[in-house]
Structure formats: C-alpha cells, structure tokens
Design a protein around this ligand. Structure first.
Ligand code: HEC
Length: 185
C-alpha cells in the first residue's frame, strides 16, 4: 500500500516538473500565458534546474549591487551544448540576492543574503507575441519580479526596461554568454 502511494506521488511530481521545464520545439513553458503574460517559474529552480553561472556586482552605488545567479532547465543546457543555441521554451532566471560580507576562517568573504529581484527571459524564436505584447522582442520574452510580491510582473516593456543594457550582447542572442561556463562544457 505504501509502495503504491509513493509511486503515485512520484508520478505527480514528474508531471509538474515537465510542465515547468518543457523545452519541446514550438512549445512555450507554462509560465507563459495565452497573450504572452510571463510569470516567475514556481518550481524550485535552485534545486531542479542547472546553475549557469554567478555574477557579483561590487559597486556600492549600483542598484544591481548583489550576487546574481543564473539558472535554466537541464534540457536547455543539453540543447545548447549540442547546437550552440537556446531552444524555444528555454527559460533563463537571474536571481539577485543582497551582497553580504564576513570575516571567516578562510579570509574576508562575500556571500549571498536575502532575495531581492528575479529577471526572466523566455526563448521564442517564432516571435509569436512580438508586436502584440511589449514584453516580447528579439526572440525572447522579458520580465521582472520583486521579492515583496513575486507574483506581480513589474517590467514596463522590453524597450523601456531591458533593451538599453542588453544591446551590447545583441550578437550573442542578447545574453551575457561569457558568464555561463556550464553551457560550454
Ligand atoms: C542596468 C542594466 C540592465 C538592465 C536594465 C537589465 N539587464 Fe539583464 N543583465 C544585465 C547584465 C550586465 C547581465 C549579466 C551580468 C550581471 O548580471 O551583472 C544581465 C543578465 C540578465 C539575465 C541572465 C541571462 C543573460 O542575459 O545573461 C537575464 C535573464 C536578464 N538579464 C534579464 C533582463 C530583463 C528581463 C530585463 C528587463 C526587465 C533586464 N535584464 C534589464 C544588465 C541589465
């Protein structure tokens, strides 16, 4: 009896994982609504997805000061390693956490504190929402969420909220590719 229930529970987990991380060609993950609305993935991406890389913004004056960890689905990593491209349905999540320092037995160290902001990109090379929803441009959906209300998408539009800063990496599909060694191994 216990064995049966356990099996059932595993089945449910497997189904919800597929919904959150699907990268089937042409499909978009369940975080994308019918009109291109974007939600923050609600799976445990720190545990279940691949960690692509970490940035640390040290500038005291920068609003982006903090530790930036970037995650994506394992299927995206597999596809990128074999094709050098992000397949449709790829989700990139950048989690910004506060930057803390301490003197430990290793020396003066920095580590990630509280969550602050998540930036999300969703790949759609077909551009199905471009021109209809201002969060979609350049083959991606673009969105932003803050820790005080993670269900609320707060970016105004790709053009107003994201484009200026990502233009320097237009040639690498608008992604700061140098920070993601996981994709190259
Ligand atoms: C102030 C400049 C700036 C703005 C504004 C900005 N980004 Fe970024 N973004 C960066 C930089 C630089 C990186 C990589 C280095 C870092 O995180 O410091 C990055 C990385 C990312 C990543 C990780 C994948 C990648 O492209 O390398 C995502 C996802 C992301 N940004 C999404 C967004 C979205 C969505 C918006 C708009 C809502 C946005 N960004 C606005 C500068 C910016």
């Amino acid at each position: 009896m216990i064995g049966k229930n356990f099996k059932y529970a595993l089945g449910v987990v497997a189904i919800s994982t597929v919904a959150a991380s699907s990268v089937n060609a042409g499909d978009l993950p369940s975080i994308v609504g019918a009109n291109g609305e974007i939600s923050l993935p609600d799976n445990d991406f720190r545990r279940d997805w691949s960690h692509l890389g970490t940035w640390a913004v040290l500038d005291e004056d920068s609003p982006a000061r903090g530790v930036h960890d970037v995650y994506s689905q394992k299927e995206t990593v597999d596809a990128y390693r074999s094709t050098g491209k992000y397949p449709d349905g790829s989700v990139l999540v950048k989690e910004i956490r506060s930057f803390e320092t301490a003197d430990l037995t290793t020396g003066h160290v920095a580590y990630a504190g509280n969550q602050a902001v998540w930036f999300v990109m969703v790949k759609d090379s077909t551009g199905r929402f471009e021109g209809k929803n201002s969060l979609w441009a350049k083959g991606w959906g673009w969105a932003m969420f803050k820790a005080d209300d993670p269900k609320k998408q707060v970016a105004e539009s790709f053009e107003a909220s994201c484009e200026g800063c990502h233009t320097p990496v237009a040639d690498t599909d608008w992604v700061f590719q140098t920070g993601y060694p996981t994709l190259n191994q």
